[in-house]
Write a protein that binds this ligand. Structure first.
Ligand code: ZN
Length: 253
């Protein structure tokens, strides 16, 4: 007897094919629709299933199968090459935690040539996360602006999004970045590099592109930067999503 729980590899396959969001509207919180209904045939055949948000799951469930197959063939996030979502907190998150290192009160936890990579601010007792992870041209791979998330989907094997939690994987078995709003602190875990400098945030090890810091609390004030990389007097201008040929530019202050 086939279980009613979708096998993880089929769920990943359906997420990836639809750009990690609803095939119709792009919403990153998805369910898995049986185009050939379960009642008709008990199956988990990816070619007859599609990732949809709750609303479109209900809507397309009432329509002809062709509508679902058409959505499956042409997912909106694949057309836009981008995933967008909003991270929410249901707690009064107090601080930002990168691996085992805690940042209290800092606007910028880590910056690179003046560009904030991780930071946060508190608005109405709620945390607003800011995060920037660039690709090799310094174009944003993952960008979070006051909890609004944008990611270039092309570089990822899987993205799992659950409103207060998101996990990015470049390949199977590896965690590239995990943003977790479920605890008392907003916690970041993962491993990535920026221009050959390794950043690793885990419960027992923290690498900040060179310096390795373990299990301490940085206490600061709004506007302050805790850890800064880069030459003094040089600032980096990062490309943005509107640019056609994204390249980073270094400028003298
Ligand atoms: Zn939808």
């Amino acid at each position: 007897m086939l279980s009613r729980t979708i096998p993880p590899q089929i769920a990943q396959q359906l997420r990836a094919e639809s750009g990690f969001g609803c095939a119709v509207c792009g919403c990153p919180i998805v369910e898995y629709h049986h185009i050939i209904p379960w009642a008709e045939r008990k199956h988990y055949e990816a070619e007859h299933m599609v990732a949809l948000c709750r609303n479109h799951h209900q809507e397309l469930g009432k329509q002809r199968k062709e509508v679902s197959y058409a959505a499956k063939r042409n997912p909106i996030n694949i057309r836009h090459k981008k995933l967008q979502g909003y991270l929410v907190t249901n707690k009064e998150n107090q601080a930002l935690r990168l691996g085992n290192t805690r940042f209290v009160g800092f606007t910028h936890a880590v910056s690179y040539y003046g560009i904030p990579l991780f930071g946060h601010r508190i608005v109405n007792k709620e945390i607003r996360l800011n995060c920037f992870i660039p690709d090799e041209d310094f174009f944003p791979d993952i960008e979070v602006s006051d909890n609004n998330l944008s990611a270039m989907i092309g570089n990822f094997w899987d993205i799992e999004f659950k409103s207060n939690y998101v996990k990015f994987r470049r390949k199977k078995g590896e965690v590239f970045l995990e943003l977790d709003f479920r605890g008392d602190d907003v916690t970041v875990r993962g491993r990535f590099d920026i221009e050959g400098r390794e950043y690793r945030f885990s419960p027992n090890r923290c690498d900040f592109g060179g310096p390795r810091i373990e299990g301490i609390t940085f206490q600061g004030f709004p506007g302050a930067t805790a850890i800064g990389h880069g030459e003094a007097g040089v600032r980096l201008l990062k490309p943005n999503f509107a640019m056609r040929a994204p390249r980073k530019t270094l400028v003298r202050k």
